[in-house]
Design a binder for this molecule. Structure first.
Ligand SMILES: Cc1cc2nc3c(=O)[nH]c(=O)nc-3n(C[C@H](O)[C@H](O)[C@H](O)COP(=O)(O)OP(=O)(O)OC[C@H]3O[C@@H](n4cnc5c(N)ncnc54)[C@H](O)[C@@H]3O)c2cc1C
Length: 393
């Protein structure tokens, strides 16, 4: 059976949902299909995210994107909610704390700080002594400089964001389909049809690739390549009864791990020693990483982590952009009606509000109207021109 839409969005997690929401807001007359293969979202990055947001990036556009994400999340009840469903995302504004352990890292931190301040962020730079005065549980002997973001940084309810965006899109008339796109028909510079696992066929004026870690697989259906691959990240939830620090931030330690509170417990993770493309089906946590890599570093940083119990762990996949670990967003070169929002690596959740709005502006108005996302355009791939973000976690 042939179904006809103005826009077909492949992938119904946070990026696809944000695009659907913004498209329906900018042009309520559009017929939009939001197609999701696994509506439980149990393997999506969105559901497996650590769901944190920061303004501490090294490029102006990434700072701006997250500032808008923070505004959107803060105003979520008014933006999305209804009296019956107020949609509070439980934002914990504890801030991010980045540590630098060398002069080179400290000078990069100072440069990023200047970029952040030029965009209106309130990031503060602290010496090791200032850090120790603020967070007495930390050993700061090897810290050359620290950067703390007291405003607009913290963590929030990822699935609340997803449910709110999908619900609002559905109420605005977006059709949510539970199906898998298995083929794209390309004729010249257009995608003329999508084939679905159910046997249905969709034609659409425009197609959006919001397929997360499957983004490159989708592009191959149109005979195109995209440098995005799944990379496994294991997240540990630990109990450390000797460390109770009200208001503790998300700390990104130069020794190679991050740590943040999660209720009465802590969340921690590291980049695996041999990072590389993951088996898309492999969601088994790499349990050894806590014992072999994280714990020693954690204890060295904060002796209260002498007694620790791993309560549980989960593994999720980054949609890792191997060119520059940054978003790839815009119209795909050489295809008049294929748009992409992919490659967000470890910072896509916070970028979803701005990305959805941007891609909707591009489709409805033919250009960006609020934030100019051109630096993140897909043209840079064929040109082999990385747009480097130095503050990648
Ligand atoms: C462990 C971990 C920690 C993270 N921490 C943070 C963080 O603290 N802050 C932050 O901002 N970001 C973080 N991220 C990144 C962030 O979660 C992602 O960038 C973001 O969720 C990407 O959303 P997405 O919609 O692009 O992809 P996904 O959430 O992966 O969704 C893609 C969807 O597309 C569907 N799909 C794929 N192929 C098809 C097809 N052919 N047909 C139909 N549907 C299809 C999939 O089923 C999936 O539901 C983290 C990610 C992980 C894994």
């Amino acid at each position: 059976m042939q179904q006809v839409y103005d826009i077909a969005i492949v992938g119904g997690a946070v990026m696809g949902a944000s695009a659907a929401y913004w498209l329906s807001r900018l042009d309520p007359g559009l017929r939009i299909a939001l197609i999701e293969a696994e509506p439980s979202f149990h393997r999506s990055s969105t559901a497996l995210s650590v769901a944190s947001i920061r303004q501490q990036f090294s490029t102006p556009i990434n700072v701006k994107i997250s500032q808008y994400g923070f505004d959107f999340i803060s105003n979520f009840p008014a933006e999305i909610g209804s009296a019956a469903d107020p949609c509070d995302l439980g934002f914990q504004e504890n801030g991010y704390l980045f540590l630098a352990g060398s002069d080179a890292a400290a000078s990069a931190m100072r440069a990023a700080h200047a970029v952040q301040h030029a965009q209106g962020a309130q990031t503060q730079l602290w010496s090791g002594a200032e850090l120790a005065a603020r967070f007495a549980h930390l050993d700061t002997s090897d810290v050359v400089l620290a950067s703390f973001g007291p405003h607009g940084e913290g963590w929030f309810d990822n699935m609340g964001l997803l449910a709110g965006l999908r619900g609002a899109a559905r109420r605005a008339g977006v059709t949510c389909l539970s199906d898998r796109v298995t083929g794209m028909v390309r004729q010249g510079d257009r995608i003329t049809a999508l084939g679905l696992a159910s046997g249905a066929r969709i034609t659409a004026g425009a197609v959006i690739n919001a397929a997360g870690t499957s983004a490159a697989q989708l592009m191959r259906m149109a005979d195109e390549d995209m440098p995005v691959e799944p990379r496994k990240r294991t997240v540990f939830v630990i109990d450390a009864p000797n460390v109770r620090v009200p208001g503790a931030p998300l700390m990104v330690d130069h020794r190679g791990f991050y740590l943040r509170p999660e209720g009465p417990h802590w969340i921690t993770a590291t980049v695996p020693e041999s990072d590389g493309p993951a088996d898309p089906q492999d969601f088994e946590p790499d349990w050894h990483l806590f014992e072999d890599v994280i714990w020693e570093q954690l204890y060295a940083r904060a002796p209260g982590f002498d007694a620790v119990k791993v309560l549980r762990a989960w593994a999720g996949h980054y949609a890792f952009n191997t060119l520059d670990q940054n978003a790839i967003v815009g119209r795909w070169p050489g295809l008049a009606n294929l748009y992409v929002m992919n490659g967000f690596s470890g910072h896509g959740l916070q970028q979803a509000p701005a990305m959805g709005r941007g891609i909707a502006e591009l489709i409805v108005h033919g250009g960006y109207r609020s934030l100019d996302l051109s630096d993140l355009g897909p043209e840079r791939i064929a040109q082999n021109r990385p747009f480097l973000e130095k503050a990648v976690v």
